[in-house]
Design a protein around this ligand. Structure first.
Ligand SMILES: [Mn+2]
Length: 428
C-alpha cells in the first residue's frame, strides 16, 4: 500500500522520464560465468561481508545466499519488476539495484509502474539518474505479450498497491522474488521472499545484498554511483532523513557513503513543489479538524499527477503543536476522470501508534479480504477504489455531494478510533 510516497507533477513533459525510453542503453551484460560469485558467498567477498558478520547479521547473509540461488536458477529469464502505482524513492532505488544484480545472471528486468511519479523529488531522481523505469498503464498492458516474461518481482510492496498485479497473475506469471519491509499484507507465494517489517527501508535490505557481494559496487562506474545515490535517497526518505534510522540503516548508509554522489543527492532534494501541490497543502490546513491530538483533513479532488501532495500535506500537518498523528485524504482522478480512487496518508510521531494496525482497523477489508491500506513505522496509507461511483463529475453538484459522502464516511471511520466510545449509549 504504499501509500507513503511524496508529491508531484508532470504535465511539463520535459520534466518526466516516466515513459519508456527506448534509448535507455541496456547495461552491458557481463558473461554470467564471470559475473556471479561462488554460490556460497564466502565472507571474503567484499569487506561488506565482514562488516555484516561482525554484527552477526546472519539473516542478511543467508537471504543473500538464497537470493543468489534463485537468480542462478533463473538465468536468461525476462522479468517484470512491479512497483506500487505511485513509486517512492525506496522502491525506485531498490528496483534499480535489483536490475543491476539480476543482469549479472543475464536476467533482463523491466521496472514498471501503473500510476504516476508524483513527487517532485521522485521526478528529479528519475530524471537526474536516468533511472530505468517504465510506466505501463492498464492500456499499455494490452499491447504487451506477457507470455515473454518468465517471472515477476515485487519490491517495497506486496502487490496490494499496484493495478498491474491482477494482470500478471491472470497471465500466470510466477512471483519469483518478493522483498519488502511492510507488514505482511496477504498470502502471496514467492519463490524467494525477504520481508522484514522491522527494517526501516527496503534500501537497507538491498544495500546489505550489495555488501554481502551480490553486486560489487565500483565508484568508477557511473551507473553504480547513481544507483548508490538513489539508494541513499530511498533510505533517507523512508527514515525521515535518518531520524528514524536504526543501526542497520545507519550501517547501510555508511556503506553507501563510499559510493554515492553527494552533489547529485543535493540536486534531487532541491526539487521544488509545484503550485498545485502547495494548493493541496493549503486546503489540508484549512479543512483540518484536530481531536485528541489527531489532525484529520480531507482535501477534495486532485489530479493523479498530484497524488503525492497527500503525504506531503500529512507530513506538514503532523508538525503542528499538540498533534501527534495526521491523516490526509482526497479523491484522486485520472486525466479522463474515468478512474477515481480515495487515497489517504497517515503520519505519526507517536511511538505507540502502529500505522499498519490503525489503518487496517479503521478501514477493514474489501470483499476479497484485502485490506485497504497498511503501513510501516510512523507512516501508512490507504486506497479505496470508488468503482461504480467513479466519474460523472461534469455535474458539479453531484461531484460535491459525492465528495461530502466519502469525506463523512472516512471521518466517521477515523474518529471511531480517535475517540473510542466504550458505552454506545450516550448520556447527556
Ligand atoms: Mn519503503
Amino acid at each position: 500500500m504504499y501509500l507513503n510516497s511524496p508529491v508531484t507533477q508532470f504535465e511539463n513533459l520535459s520534466l518526466t522520464t516516466a515513459e519508456p525510453n527506448p534509448e535507455e542503453p541496456e547495461i552491458e551484460k557481463a558473461p554470467v560465468e564471470v559475473a556471479f560469485k561462488s554460490p556460497s558467498l564466502p565472507p571474503s567477498v567484499g569487506d561488506g561481508a565482514i562488516f555484516l558478520s561482525h554484527r552477526g547479521n546472519s539473516l542478511a547473509q543467508q537471504k543473500s545466499e538464497e537470493l543468489q540461488k534463485t537468480l542462478l536458477a533463473h538465468r536468461h529469464d525476462r522479468q517484470l519488476v512491479i512497483l506500487q502505482d505511485f513509486p517512492d524513492p525506496d522502491a525506485l532505488s531498490c528496483a534499480w539495484a535489483y536490475q543491476l544484480i539480476a543482469q549479472q545472471y543475464d536476467i533482463k528486468c523491466e521496472i514498471i509502474y501503473a500510476g504516476a511519479l508524483s513527487h517532485q523529488e521522485n521526478i528529479a531522481l528519475v530524471r537526474l539518474t536516468n533511472l530505468p523505469i517504465q510506466r505501463w498503464t492498464p492500456q499499455t498492458l494490452k499491447t504487451k505479450d506477457l507470455s515473454s516474461y518468465q517471472g515477476f518481482v515485487l519490491i517495497d510492496n506486496q502487490g496490494t498497491t499496484s493495478q498491474l498485479l491482477s494482470a500478471v497473475q491472470q497471465a500466470k506469471i510466477p512471483l519469483v522474488v518478493l522483498v519488502d519491509h511492510h507488514s505482511i499484507q496477504g498470502d502471496l507465494q514467492s519463490e524467494f521472499e525477504d520481508i522484514r517489517p522491522y527494517v526501516r527501508a527496503t534500501a537497507t535490505i538491498f544495500t546489505q545484498y550489495l555488501q554481502t557481494g551480490l553486486l560489487a559496487l565500483d565508484s568508477s562506474i557511473n551507473q553504480h554511483v547513481k544507483c548508490a545515490t538513489a539508494l541513499m535517497h530511498g533510505l533517507r526518505s523512508d527514515t525521515n532523513r535518518l531520524m528514524q534510522a536504526q543501526e542497520e540503516d545507519f550501517m547501510a548508509a555508511a556503506y553507501l557513503s563510499r559510493f554515492y554522489d553527494a552533489q547529485l543527492l543535493n540536486a534531487i532534494l532541491q526539487a521544488n513543489r509545484s503550485k498545485r501541490v502547495m494548493d493541496v497543502i493549503e486546503r489540508s490546513l484549512k479543512n483540518r479538524i484536530v481531536q485528541n491530538n489527531f489532525s484529520i483533513a480531507g482535501v477534495g479532488y486532485l489530479r493523479y499527477d498530484d497524488r503525492d501532495a497527500i503525504p506531503q500535506a500529512a507530513d506538514f500537518l503532523v508538525t503542528e503543536e499538540n498533534v501527534h498523528t495526521a491523516v490526509v485524504y482526497g479523491i484522486v482522478h485520472d486525466e479522463d476522470d474515468e478512474l477515481e480512487i480515495v487515497i489517504g496518508s497517515l503520519r505519526t510521531s507517536k511511538l505507540t501508534l502502529d500505522p499498519d494496525e490503525f489503518i487496517k482497523e479503521a478501514f477493514g477489508q474489501d470483499s476479497a479480504g484485502r485490506f485497504f491500506g497498511g503501513g510501516r513505522t510512523s507512516a501508512g496509507g490507504f486506497e479505496i477504489p470508488m468503482g461504480f461511483l467513479s466519474g460523472s463529475n461534469e455535474n458539479s453538484a453531484y461531484a460535491k455531494m459525492k465528495w461530502e459522502v466519502f469525506d463523512a464516511q472516512i471521518k466517521q471511520k477515523l474518529l471511531r478510533l480517535v475517540n473510542p466510545r466504550d458505552n454506545p449509549i450516550q448520556s447527556e
